[in-house]
Design a protein around this ligand. Structure first.
Ligand code: MG
Length: 261
């Protein structure tokens, strides 16, 4: 058994020495070629990406902005008609942020553009509700582009308004919702629209939506905002708050964090 190992070792040393011996010759040859043939011409070393520590078990990564971690609502304000800009009137209980029906939507104080958003939600018990009345809320990217939040457990509705849809624009590729009463996990990757100096659209918004680890929107190009009635359109804007929709049902949220991209 020792002899083959010894021979293999000799072979390796021989190959290594041979490669080392050839290296100057190869460098000399490459010097006569166009610089594009030098592999170093397509390698760069700066700027060095900053070190970020991933979160474990869906905890926020080290560079995320925690929007809701279980108790603190200081990142939020009301977006309701009657109390816009005031303190959010949603309920915090058991580490969950729960929609207070009739109190209006809420929005972040901070404005965002391109971003990665992690947010978890839980639908309330269905009761007698169905369709759009069962656990409806919404994640309003830049306050105007809605990723639908809805109970997707055996709940019939129009498909471009179901959970995972870009509201009234794009149905999800699959229904990745699990069961009523279970937490659902959204990871959303958002590229904001760009507008020219005159307000004209230069490039539309693009979104990828992952629900419970399953991609349900893959680089969907938005046609504009996501109204209940009428057609989508764009109106020029810059960075905008993230908003969560009050649609009259007690949807719960937790573990909300965002990273600027
Ligand atoms: Mg909604």
């Amino acid at each position: 058994m020792k002899k083959p190992t010894f021979l293999f070792g000799l072979l390796c040393i021989s190959v290594a020495a041979s490669a080392q011996g050839q290296q100057p010759q190869q460098s000399s040859a490459s010097a006569q070629r166009p610089s594009q043939w030098d592999p170093r011409s397509t390698e760069w070393h700066y700027p060095v990406p900053p070190k970020v520590s991933p979160g474990r078990n869906m905890a926020p990564p080290s560079d995320a902005i925690v929007l809701f971690g279980g108790s603190d609502l200081s990142q939020w304000e009301s977006a309701g008609r009657d109390n816009a800009g005031g303190p959010p009137e949603w309920t915090v209980r058991n580490g969950e942020l729960v929609v207070a029906p009739g109190k209006g939507s809420i929005r972040t104080k901070e404005y965002f553009g391109d971003c990665q958003l992690h947010i978890e939600f839980k639908s309330p018990p269905p009761g007698e509700h169905s369709g759009q009345n069962r656990g409806n809320s919404g994640i309003m990217l830049q306050s105007r582009y809605e990723v639908q939040v809805l109970d997707g457990d055996n709940n019939h509705t129009y498909v471009n308004g179901m959970v995972g849809s870009i509201y009234k624009q794009s149905a999800p590729s699959v229904n990745a919702y699990t069961k009523n009463g279970e937490w659902q996990v959204y990871d959303i990757y958002w590229k904001a629209p760009r507008f020219g100096a005159g307000g004209e659209l230069e490039s539309p918004a693009i979104v990828t939506v992952v629900l419970n680890g399953i991609a349900v929107q893959n680089n969907y190009v938005l046609k504009g905002h996501t109204p209940y009635t009428g057609l989508p359109s764009y109106t020029a804007h810059g960075r905008m708050p993230l908003s969560l929709q009050d649609h009259g049902t007690e949807v719960a949220y937790r573990n909300i964090w965002i990273r600027n991209l």
